[in-house]
Write a new protein. Sequence first.
Length: 154
Amino acid sequence: MKKIMLAGLAGGGAMNLAMLLTFRTIGFGWDAKGILLTSPIQSHKLIAVWTEIEPLPLVVNTPLPIIAGMLLFGLMHAYIYSLVSSSWPQGVAPRAVRMSGLIFFMTYLFWEFFTPFNQFGEPLPLIALELVFWAVIAIAEGITITSIMEKENL
């Protein structure tokens, strides 16, 4: 259980950091001037949700609950890893690829399809950019969780 807790919190931390480096820095920008808000092809609905319609998303005004939530997701992902990884090939790399893929396909790909594409009408080129960001985030979390869970002496 100690290893799951450590891997989960570290994975959630990696997820938060990767989100900061992708979505916050490049996508939305520190001053709301990132490519996802300033692109001329962006959906006006998505821009309004992030910048105009009150209340703004928590991650904009009160990010602490979102940061804490990502840590909880990391814990859940580490627990899932503990349940399924025994059926995967041995080694950090093969297992990290599978864990990252699991996170990406089961969470982020679904999210982009259901929310930005379905609800906000976001254009496909910007969804593709977001999927690159999500892949970076999934890889960061997957490698972190796998590396800790596969250590022998923890």
